[in-house]
Design a protein around this ligand. Structure first.
Ligand SMILES: NC(=O)c1ccc[n+]([C@@H]2O[C@H](COP(=O)([O-])OP(=O)(O)OC[C@H]3O[C@@H](n4cnc5c(N)ncnc54)[C@H](O)[C@@H]3O)[C@@H](O)[C@H]2O)c1
Length: 248
């Protein structure tokens, strides 16, 4: 099975590093023309240059004028909402501004982006909107209320969006990674008292003996936006190497 996305246009948010860059690389390898978004314009430019894509810097929380080139392009075959970050604070000290910003970046900002890109998605006559959620949508840890709320909201949201957008041949999905080797994971590791012990612990939770890579997630997303997945819709696809099967 060879995935051929030649002639397809896709937009990946937060694609300047980590999972987003992994998605952009995998989609470009399959032949897609990739719009590379990131809040950090320099990082977006580096990835765009590497994959011969188009750089589209901007804040997904404010999908305003920076999105115009993609809207004016007129057709969009896949939209990968990946931009995000973690907020590790206990209930007692989680402030409203931080909580609201996290939900804006990961839920309502992407929702508004999809709205603004609806006509180009319809014009594709077969498109996919994929949100990068997390295993935290279903089971989580202490100090993770805002992040778990955001990821759970995405998993619930696509079930309804899929029913609205299905008649326009737009599929909507979430992909839920577990531990994945990115800056976000490194920040988590280095926020612990013993980073190397925490790294070994994280790895040991996986039946396959390793954590995920951005390529693992990117290759799944590439499959999901391809015609091979044209009947996969309104669901969450977990990609965690078996992590969430474990009870203790
Ligand atoms: N790494 C993991 O273990 C893991 C696991 C499950 C889910 N995720 C999810 O995957 C996604 C990517 O995370 P990652 O691990 O690659 O992190 P990362 O920090 O390596 O990359 C995130 C990218 O998003 C960009 N970004 C942040 N806010 C933005 C905004 N408002 N607008 C545009 N770009 C923005 C950052 O500049 C960065 O380049 C996130 O949604 C995260 O919650 C990560």
């Amino acid at each position: 099975m060879t995935i051929d996305l030649a002639g397809k246009t896709v937009l990946v948010t937060g694609a300047g590093s980590g999972i987003g860059a992994g998605c952009a690389r995998s989609l470009a390898k399959a032949g897609a023309s990739v719009w590379v978004n990131d809040l950090d314009a320099e990082k977006a430019a580096v990835v765009a240059k590497e994959i011969d894509g188009r750089c589209l810097p901007g804040d997904v929380a404010e999908p305003g004028d920076w999105l115009l080139p993609a809207i004016q392009h007129g057709v969009l075959h896949a939209l990968v909402h990946n931009a995000g970050y973690d907020l590790a604070t206990p209930v007692g000290t989680t402030d409203r501004t931080s909580f609201d910003r996290l939900l804006r970046v990961q839920v309502s900002g992407p929702f508004e982006m999809t709205q603004r890109l609806l006509q180009p998605l319809k014009n594709a006559n077969g498109a996919a909107v994929v949100h990068i959620a997390s295993v935290h949508a279903r089971a989580t840890n202490p100090d993770t209320s805002a992040y778990a709320a955001a990821k759970g909201a995405l998993v619930a949201m696509v079930r309804s969006m899929a029913q609205d957008l299905g008649p326009d041949k737009i599929r909507t999905l979430t992909v839920s990674p577990g531990f994945t080797d990115t800056h976000l994971f490194e920040d988590y590791i280095h926020s612990s008292p013993d980073p190397e012990a925490t790294r070994a612990f994280a790895k040991g939770l996986h039946p396959l003996g390793r954590i995920g890579t951005p390529k693992d997630i990117g290759d799944l997303v590439t499959f999901l936006v391809s015609p091979y997945a044209e009947f996969i819709n309104a669901t969450d696809v977990v990609v965690d190497g078996g992590l969430s099967a474990r009870l203790f």
